[in-house]
Each structure stands twice: as C-alpha cells, then as structure tokens.
Design a protein around this ligand. Sequence first.
Ligand SMILES: NC(=O)c1ccc[n+]([C@@H]2O[C@H](COP(=O)([O-])OP(=O)(O)OC[C@H]3O[C@@H](n4cnc5c(N)ncnc54)[C@H](O)[C@@H]3O)[C@@H](O)[C@H]2O)c1
Length: 323
Amino acid sequence: MTDHILITGGAGFIGANLAAALLKRSNTEVTIVDDFSSGDWKNLLHVDCMVRATDCDNVAILKDIAAGKYSAVMHQAAITDTTIMDQRQMMEVNTNAFEDILAASAKSATRVVYASSAGTYGNSAAPNCIGLGELPENIYGFSKLAMDRIAKRWYLKHPATIVGLRYFNVYGPGEHHKNEKDGNKTASMILQLYQQVKAGKTPRLFKYGEQRRDFVYIRDVIGANLAGLNAKRSGVCNVGSGYARTFNDIVENLGKQLQTPLEVEFVDNPFPFYQMHTEADLSDTQKVLNWQPQWSLEAGIEEYIQKLEQGHRGPVEVMCAIS
Ligand SMILES: NC(=O)c1ccc[n+]([C@@H]2O[C@H](COP(=O)([O-])OP(=O)(O)OC[C@H]3O[C@@H](n4cnc5c(N)ncnc54)[C@H](O)[C@@H]3O)[C@@H](O)[C@H]2O)c1
C-alpha cells in the first residue's frame, strides 16, 4: 500500500528536507502545502512531489485530511521568524491553524507529527525537560507551547496519534532562503558565520561567544520525524543533540573545516531576550520516539561545510547546485 504524506510548510528548510527524505522511500507519495511566506521554490527544485500554494488550514486541505486522504500529516508550517511581535498574527498562523488540522485529522484518525520548539523553554535552566520550565519569553515560543497544550487535549480525547517535536537549533543544507528574504537573517549560526567568512569578513559573535545552545543537524531532525511516523503513542518530546555547545565551538569547527584559524569580532547583544543555554533532555524522546540523535556538532558541520563548498543548497538528500 502507498503512504501518502501531507507536509505543511514543505517549501521551508525542514519541510523540504523531509519531503526529499520521504520520496527516497518506496511506496511513498508526498503532497506539500505552503503559502511561500518564508519558504522558497528553490528548495523544491529537485523534490518531485505535488505542491499546493495555499494556507495550511485551507478548507479544501482540511476536507481532504478529514476524509482520510493522507496516511499522516507532517506539520511544519509556521511563522518561523522569532522576532515577529504581532501576537494575533503569530497565534492565528501557528496555533489556530494547527488546531484546525487536529480537528480534521481526528475525523479520520490520521496521525499528525508536528514541529514545536525549544522556544517553549525561554531562558529556563538547562537541561530542558518536557513539563519543566516551560516559560517562553516571546510570542513565538508561546504559540508553540499553546500548540503542545492543544495537542495534549486532543490526544487524550481522540484515537489519532499526535507527536510533537520540540526542535532545538537546527542547521544543515536547505536553509539558504532564511538569509535571503526581507533582509532578515534567520538561518542557523553555522550558515551565518560561513557566509561572513566567505564574504571576507571577520565572523561576529555576541560577547564573548560563551552562549551555549543545543545544535541539531538536519539529518537527525529528519530521523526524529520518521520515527514520529512509527511512534506507538502520542506525546511531545525534545529533538536536540542532547549537548550544549558554545558559539566559540562553532567558529572553531568552521575554521577546521575551512582550514583557516578564524579571528572573532565580539559585539554587544542587542536582544533583550536571548536564550543563553539550551540543552535537550532526551529521556521523553526515547519513550515517545524510540529514537536518538546520531550526529555530533563536529560531524554535522563537516558534512554541511563540504556540501556548501560544493555549491549544494537544497535539501541534504538531493545533490543540487544552484547559484
Ligand atoms: N529551524 C529551526 O531551528 C527550528 C527550531 C525550532 C522549531 N522549528 C519549527 O520547525 C518548523 C519548520 O521550520 P523551518 O526552520 O523549516 O522554517 P521555514 O521558515 O524554512 O519553513 C516554514 C515554512 O512554512 C511556510 N508557512 C508559513 N506559514 C504558513 C501557512 N499559514 N500555511 C502554509 N505554509 C506556511 C513557509 O512559507 C515556510 O516554507 C516550524 O514550525 C518552526 O517553528 C524550527
């Protein structure tokens, strides 16, 4: 039997990577729905699937989900620029649309695997555990926490499996568009710093580069999503590497891969809210997904930089050089 998976936000970084990975499996069909607000067609150039340009809570899409057209919904669509402060807009796009999708999928008991975020933890003490320190510091983090709360209400009442994945800082091929739209640079630090070095600039870090984050490679995020398709139970879990690494570590690894020791310019951090230490506790991840990360920061940066140097810019599973 063929699996037909609907990916919302499939023109984006994680969605396009998921689509490319799913299309490598036999008997799998993929439909993408994306409003192209932050995603980019270039991510889909070598991803041969159906694409519908519309909102993820479009009535016709919801009807199809309710009628059982899809074997699973992988919901990635969201406002992903965490500096957007319009609270109503953030809640409508991220939270309300998600509940509409859950309501439709409950009618056909369709599985939903969706993207939550480590933004739900705000600046609470790490390691970050599900159910503890869920104190987001901005409307983006709150919209994701609200999604997790809604998911729980639905899975306690309905038979459909719902799996929420709280991604930490994701990096890897397929995120170029995040540095190209609206003058905003929202791609990972790894790409930002690589592009600064390539432009002949001194890489810049907020003083003094000792901020620690859990950086997770895109291949692990794909792995967690695929595990979500097979999860035996509903739940929300963290998707990270399980380790916090400093921004200075990133510059050091980048220098190794580019075979150039890199000087750093330290600048003041202008953001009143900034996560200083994130680190995924993975005990619930084991229970819900029976999955664990495979990629260290060193290995992830090595593969990523190799691909960037080869001119690869689409999803990691497809080799495509687009200038
Ligand atoms: N990249 C990360 O580090 C990270 C970390 C935590 C959580 N997340 C979450 O992962 C998911 C994917 O993020 P990403 O990094 O791929 O970002 P992205 O911006 O590249 O992808 C989001 C996609 O959703 C689309 N979209 C937005 N609103 C939509 C709507 N109403 N209807 C249809 N499509 C819509 C955008 O056009 C874009 O293609 C998001 O839910 C994001 O909040 C990402």
